[in-house]
Design a protein around this ligand. Structure first.
Ligand code: ARG
Length: 589
């Protein structure tokens, strides 16, 4: 279905032409004075300059040309030349009925130019526990992926595990110290390695921080870790086998965590998957004369004349030949281009890494790794802060683990929800899971991604205000009305949504009619907060309508069935909207 604003603009264009004016002035927008009108057209003002006429005169001509339009209920020319519009009730109910019939898409058309898009998000580091810093990337990235998929793009999410840095050397070093007898450390061993990992996830999560601490205190330990990292990167068999164990154990654990967040990835690739592409990539850069040696390291210049601040060269290899963060990101682009030919690559990463991506993007373009037909986008997000304004921490000042945070919120929610005695224990637990997730995700996604925000568990968990639980509560309320209606033995099948009879009913329909536009814009701008704002607006309109309207006690069968259809559509639009945000609603709570 065409967006309603487009339909209205089309009608306006006809009127401009009929009145003798160019239709380029006929743009209609949502009213910024909802007390006066629903939509407005401000085209008479710029047209006045072209036609040397008073804007009000032009506005009046256009209004006259709209006299027998069946799109508008009222059209008014007001000083200095605004055209104020209210939509015809029947036109609006037709539109929302068409949405209702379009069960799959709810009136939202797929893009006419579907693209292949790789979205790089999540980015956890193997063997280190997930902390809240990784929350934002997962939550925002997942929503952007869903928004783009809904528009009909072919979107591939890649987790891009951090599995090629010094943390690997640290783990190997510590493991060597603890279990020197392991066959992985025997350089002469050429048999096959055990299938079973020589550690559990709990051990692994303890090994890494221990090793990291030791390496800071002990220079020779640090040296050993660097040596192990280099040997791993050069392909030492036993170390590669250990890396695989570390990866398997970590990934199993990560999958559980992401599942809990309702986040999933099409690809579970890591930095280490870029390894085979590094040597040929560097050779090519050197052959083309684009990379050169500087103080033993290999670098590519990426500064540009128009730079306002200095952009340092992109370092490709360290003087000891080791790969860097840049190296794996560039080599990752190599295989992504080869395997997927994407039209676009999106990186959802902490905005403090912006310089890294500026360097990588420029180096990729300059060296031809990424051609001009592929867009590169960096979606940098802000920091999640605690109530004190500093980075979010545990009560004792440590880094908050994601699983601990989720447990806390879940327990709070369970207490709240268990107050509803009509729910069974299982139902309450299931609902608490869903509401807790909505609290966390909506709390994040209702903010513009690039901004820092304060993670206020209490506020996010409230059942009132602009929160996830409020959205779910509204949906549960609608579900309950629909269930009661059904239980009374009635059916709205065969009935449609009636023309709106009250202000609140019309307002609700007006918000519903904007769903397709809201979803499209949020996807185009990679801005989940826009669909979050839409969802909130819809809930408000819905609650307003619900409070002012007798629904279950309505005696007229057709009127009541019309309400039920309107509520069903509202619920469907909300289900779709929160799915785009990455969470879901319980039936009861
Ligand atoms: N592992 C990185 C970190 O924790 C994030 C990875 C982001 N993605 C990328 N392609 N560099 O900071």
């Amino acid at each position: 279905m065409k967006e309603i604003l487009e339909l209205i603009t089309d009608e306006m264009k006809k009127a401009f032409v009929k009145a003798g004016y160019d239709d380029k002035f006929a743009l209609v927008s949502l009213s910024n004075r909802p007390d006066l009108c629903e939509y407005q057209c401000n085209g008479a003002m710029p047209a006045a300059k072209v036609y040397h006429k008073a804007p009000l005169e032009i506005a009046r001509d256009v209004v006259k040309a709209l006299e027998d339009s069946n799109v508008f209920a009222s059209v008014e020319a007001v000083k200095p030349g605004f055209i104020n519009l209210k939509i015809q009730e029947a036109y609006l109910s037709d539109y929302v009925n068409a949405m209702r019939i379009d069960k799959e898409r709810l009136g939202s058309e797929k893009t006419s130019s579907p693209k292949t898009i790789i979205i790089d998000y999540g980015g956890p580091n193997v063997a280190k526990p997930l902390h809240v810093g990784h929350l934002r990337s997962a939550v925002i990235g997942e929503s952007i992926k869903r928004l783009l998929k809904f528009q009909g793009h072919n979107v591939i999410g890649d987790i891009h595990l951090g599995d090629w840095g010094t943390q690997m050397g640290l783990i190997i070093t510590e493991l060597h110290l603890r279990k020197p007898e392991l066959v992985y450390f025997d350089p002469d061993y050429d048999g096959s390695y055990p299938k079973e990992a020589p550690f559990t996830i709990a051990e692994l999560e303890e090994i890494y921080p221990t090793a990291s601490k030791k390496s800071k205190e002990d220079e020779s330990y640090h040296e050993k870790a660097l040596q192990a990292t280099a040997e791993l990167q050069q392909g030492r068999r036993g170390y590669r086998a250990l890396l695989n164990h570390i990866l398997n154990v970590s990934v199993t654990d990560l999958k559980k965590n992401y599942e809990r967040l309702n986040v999933s990835f099409e690809l579970w690739k890591g930095e280490s998957d870029a390894q085979p592409y590094i040597a040929p990539m560097v050779k090519d850069m050197l052959d083309k004369g684009l990379a050169y040696e500087s103080e033993g390291a290999i670098v590519v210049d990426v500064k540009e004349d128009t730079d306002k601040k200095e952009i340092p060269p992109c370092m490709i290899l360290k003087s000891d030949g080791a790969a860097l963060y840049n190296t794996t990101d560039l080599a990752t682009m190599v295989w992504r281009m080869e395997d997927y030919h994407p039209d676009k690559m999106i990186y959802v990463v902490d905005k403090r890494q912006e310089l890294h991506f500026v360097q990588c993007f420029r180096a990729a373009r300059k060296t031809g790794i990424v051609g001009p037909d592929t867009e590169l986008d960096f979606v940098g997000f802000g920091t999640m802060n605690g109530k004190d304004g500093g980075p979010f921490k545990t009560r004792d000042g440590g880094v908050m683990r994601l699983s601990v945070l989720l447990d806390e919120i879940y327990n709070d929610m369970l207490t709240k929800i268990s107050e509803n005695k009509s729910l069974s224990k299982e139902e309450a637990e299931q609902a608490a899971k869903q509401v807790a997730l909505a609290a966390v995700k909506y709390g994040d996604l209702s903010n513009q991604a690039s901004k820092d925000y304060i993670f206020d568990v209490e506020r996010f968990s409230a059942f009132e205000g602009n929160t996830g639980p409020y959205i779910l509560y509204t949906m549960v309320r609608i579900k309950s009305i629909l269930a009661k209606y059904k239980a009374s033995g009635k059916s709205a099948a065969g009935f449609g949504i009636n023309d709106p009879a009250t202000e609140s009913e019309k307002s609700l329909m007006l918000v519903l009619s904007r769903f397709n536009q809201a979803a499209r814009i949020a996807a185009e701008e990679m801005a989940p907060h826009k669909i979050a704002a839409y969802t909130y607006e819809l809930c408000n309109a819905l609650n307003h309508f619900y409070h002012e309207t007798k629904i279950l006690s309505q005696e007229n069968e057709g009127v009541q069935a019309g309400y039920i259809q309107l509520l069903s559509l509202s619920l469907a639009v909300l289900e779709q909207s929160i799915d785009l945000l990455g969470f879901s609603a319980p039936d009861r709570m």
